[in-house]
Unconditional design. Structure first.
Length: 305
């Protein structure tokens, strides 16, 4: 079977022909898994799922204009793990987001992350509202944080540091939530929590990550419709910037964010590359991600139709 990253330009979509219509920014899907909770309590989660999804998709998160088909596609999957007391829940949240690649039907993953520290209070039928200057609801605060993180990653992929306003909103949410008793908001209690992520993204010493992010997407993936080889070369040039990020902070969560979003895609990108190029990028990635050696080894495999 041919490489999906090569096939994606066969059915090209001419994005520049879209008519811009004022629309919300997100096309979000919310799912909730409450199988670990007593069956008699599960009906309320159907209401929560519906209301949270409508809240996300109905909220105007930016001042930018989006055509309907340009909305950022994302999923938020909540798994309820415990109900310590009535209306109080401990859960995990998996967030995935994608953005289209120019002149193609391909969607590249921009975020694939799991947050195991979601704790919130919910009463069936409660109304969700968002005031970025007065956050009094843990679930909405966490949701807004990840929505802005999604938008930051999306805008950064289209222009250098284009997502700055939305990452600053993440920073503001983290700052406001310092008084929360829930995990995930404070420095040092977790090396990959919400505080750690936004601190790393806004750290000037780790700014090469955002440079890589733009080059990988805009100069690399978006250029592949013109030339797979030239687009892939841009990706190859961008990836070593991760070594600078690691040097700035050996425990940065940004490396984990990159590989969790891009591992499968990298295998596809290099599937038809010359063997010397495969070997070179494999060594670079292996040095950066030694725990992924087995999965990265697929890069070195011979391409077969």
């Amino acid at each position: 079977m041919s490489n999906p990253l090569a096939r994606m330009w066969i059915s090209a979509l001419i994005f520049t022909s879209f008519v811009t219509i004022k629309a919300q920014e997100l096309d979000a899907t919310v799912t909730i898994n409450a199988q670990q909770i007593e069956a008699s309590y599960r009906d309320r989660f159907a209401t929560l799922q519906k209301d949270l999804q409508e809240f996300i998709n109905g909220q105007q998160w930016t001042s930018a204009q989006f055509a309907h088909q340009e909305r950022v596609q994302c999923t938020l999957a909540i798994t309820i793990n415990e109900m310590p007391s009535a209306d109080n829940y401990k859960a995990s949240l998996t967030i995935q987001a994608r953005r289209p690649v120019y002149y193609s039907s391909y969607q590249t993953t921009t975020l694939n992350w799991k947050d195991d520290n979601l704790a919130f209070t919910y009463t069936e039928g409660q109304t969700f509202t968002f005031n970025e200057f007065n956050l009094d609801n843990e679930l909405i605060a966490v949701t807004a944080y990840y929505i802005y993180l999604i938008l930051g990653a999306d805008f950064d992929s289209f222009s250098p540091k284009g997502g700055e306003p939305y990452l600053r909103k993440c920073e503001s949410i983290v700052s406001q939530m310092q008084s929360s008793d829930s995990k995930g908001w404070k420095a040092f209690d977790d090396k990959k929590n919400r505080h750690a992520i936004i601190t790393a993204l806004l750290d000037e010493a780790q700014t090469d990550f955002r440079t890589l992010w733009y080059n990988y997407h805009r100069q690399g993936l978006d250029a592949m419709y013109q030339s797979m080889d030239k687009g892939r070369a841009q990706v190859t040039q961008a990836i070593p910037l991760l070594a600078n990020v690691r040097k700035a902070n050996a425990q940065t969560p940004l490396l984990s964010m990159f590989i969790s979003a891009k591992l499968e895609e990298l295998v596809n990108i290099y599937s038809e590359a010359p063997m010397a190029e495969k070997q070179s990028i494999y060594k670079t990635l292996q040095d950066l991600f030694p725990t992924y050696t087995g999965k990265l080894a697929k890069i070195k495999e011979e391409y077969k139709e």
